[in-house]
Design a protein around this ligand. Structure first.
Ligand code: NAP
Length: 257
């Protein structure tokens, strides 16, 4: 202590350090800063912070700071899972569990960029949100568990995990893939017998991938859902909102100008 939380930021460059050529004072930028370096961290709950230039990209002009700040960690996680860890081929069936949350709602949209048939699993209040983002099918897990309704998915992106995560073995086809975004009991020996692979890893800062996300945001292929917006001074209320769960998109803190 003192320690400033926060990894994601969208803002305006106030000054550049020595050797920085890609950005100049006044540029609007966004990114996930120094993650997973938890010791230094992004220090994004602040009016001013510092960032390695390699962790930032230019904010698309058509996207405001609230929507841009919603993207970095969740957008990069979905991007790295689908395109680095899984290398999702075109036209596969992808089930996203926890589809309305930060990672989930970006995973739905990024899978669609590869022509996937996307099955979004979320509680009932998220149906319109997820269909609007392009989900082909929507499943309310409070009424119908995914393992009772879906078979032979090529890929399950599971942002929920937990002790019951092995139920997705019934959902994925032999030789398919499960991407655990959070820890879960997936009964990996049983999965191995069926040739099911596990692909995933810790998200990391990446300015080049932020540029790829910026391009998708600019042309409207990717949209950030905003669950709620809070003043930085009310950060505790934002955390209380997060603790209540059932998040739709992202919670964003704003800094008074
Ligand atoms: N591997 C990595 O590098 C990495 C990176 C980022 C995040 N994570 C982890 O990934 C997890 C998800 O992060 P997030 O930011 O997306 O969280 P989030 O924004 O809180 O979203 C979680 C979503 O899951 C839904 N949900 C809750 N219980 C469910 C259930 N039983 N079945 C289906 N959906 C359920 C919630 O809404 P409803 O219940 O209303 O549908 C909510 O929309 C977190 O545990 C986080 O720590 C890992």
């Amino acid at each position: 202590m003192p320690w400033t939380p926060g990894s994601d930021a969208s803002g305006v460059v106030a000054a550049t350090g020595p050797g920085v050529t890609g950005f100049a004072e006044g540029d609007a930028v966004f990114g996930m800063i120094r993650f997973p370096d938890l010791e230094t961290g992004g220090r994004a709950y602040a009016e001013y912070t510092t960032a390695p230039a390699a962790h930032l990209a230019r904010k698309p002009a058509s996207v405001d700071h609230v929507h841009a700040a919603a993207v970095p960690m969740s957008g990069l996680t979905a991007y790295q899972y689908l395109f680095d860890h899984v290398r999702l081929p075109h036209g596969r069936t992808v089930l996203v569990n926890g589809a309305a949350g930060g990672v989930g709602h970006f995973a739905v949209q990024l899978a669609k960029t590869r022509g996937a048939h996307v099955i979004a699993v979320a509680s009932s209040r998220h149906e319109a949100f997820l269909r609007d983002l392009g989900a082909d099918e929507y499943l309310d897990y409070t009424a119908t568990p995914a393992e009772d309704a879906v078979r032979d998915a090529d890929l399950v992106v599971d942002t929920v995990g937990g002790p019951g995560a092995h139920r997705f073995l019934k959902v994925v086809k032999d030789g398919g893939t499960i991407s655990p975004v959070f820890h879960g009991d997936y009964r990996r020996e049983e999965a191995a017998r069926r040739g099911i692979e596990f692909r995933g890893g810790q998200v990391h800062s990446d300015g080049a991938q932020m540029e790829a996300l910026a391009a998708l945001l600019e042309d409207g292929t990717l949209r950030a859902g905003i669950d709620s917006v809070h003043d930085l001074a009310d950060a505790a209320k934002a955390h209380e909102r997060a603790e209540r769960g059932h998040i739709q998109g992202k919670i964003v803190l704003t800094v008074a100008s």
